[in-house]
Write a protein that binds this ligand. Sequence first.
Ligand SMILES: N[C@@H](CCC(=O)N[C@@H](CS)C(=O)NCC(=O)O)C(=O)O
Length: 369
Amino acid sequence: MAVEYIVYGADHSYYTGKVRAYMRYKGLNWEERTATQEVYKSIILPKIGAPIVPVLETADGEYIQDTTDIIDFLEPRHPAGSVCPAGPVQRLVALLFELYGDEWLVIPAMHYRWSVIDQQREFILKEFGRMSNPNGSEEEQIAIGEKTSKGFSRMLPALGISEATIPAIEAVYLEFLDQLDKHFEQHNFLLGSRPSIGDFGFIGPLYAHLARDPVPKAIMQERAPNVFAWVERMNNPNPLSGEFLADDEVPETLLPILKTQMKDQLPDVLDAVAKNAAWLEANPGGNIPRFLGMHSFTTGDASGERVISSFAQWMYQRAYIHYQSLQGQDREAADQFLKAVGGYESLSTPMPKRLERKAGQLELVEADS
Ligand SMILES: N[C@@H](CCC(=O)N[C@@H](CS)C(=O)NCC(=O)O)C(=O)O
């Protein structure tokens, strides 16, 4: 093929937005192709084994799914403009924010797409329809959009989005927008003038859903113009430009966001870690199912029930392993930082089993030392 990489995905796809922004920042020789029904049938299902996007295809005929695996694969091949800060505290923050964007901001993103569907129905269904059948008529696209979007709209209860939690989900999101807006008043990206893996985690939800679907787009444009400008920067980057802040500095403006993450997301993730360990005790050597039942969770001042996502551990353990590897002054700096954002106890909680991904699945690789 003429290009070095192809990404199969869609404009309205959360995780495609993450990889797209990354490919552009790295200035790679690539192109994006829509994951049409035909692409699902002839490429994604046979190569990946599951109907999921985005998928990276290399010129050598390798296929990689999961944005984190894709970025891990590309970073060493294209080391210029590393998106992973070398500073120990900045790296910890970048990994935590990737976890937050990938696994927690999905709550407001899916809420603002599907709970308000009546106000943006045509737009959303057409997006889904256009992806499956780009050459179909508008009517055909809407009809197919109805069908292919159902699996996503049905996810709301599993994500903990209910009448009881919606007011808090909105309040927490609006507060997050305000906090991030203040941050981007002063900085181009989360940790300086270069985007990090944390920025790529955030752009998934903050572009595809929250800056593009008509209802949340209007909210972001009006309430958080600096966040909207960051979305545009992420999508039109100056390849390989910028630097992380000197001296491992983490701007004060990010602390309130991390505090919310530590308070709301970390208990959810730590419970998934415990449930995964219990499952593996009971099923030695097995592949953990994607979902392990439901558990209670908190967002802002509301509580509800949501699914226990075994995958969340795999994302979290990247930050955990990094933190646990730190020694001496680096460890002290990270400890002090975590104490300031209310995350010290969580990151100090032992992880009895670590997980490894295997073609769309998870499996145990080693016990914690
Ligand atoms: N963690 C994965 C998630 C990918 C993902 O969930 N993609 C969505 C579209 S944005 C999808 O295809 N979902 C179908 C499914 O989960 O069955 C990644 O980073 O790539």
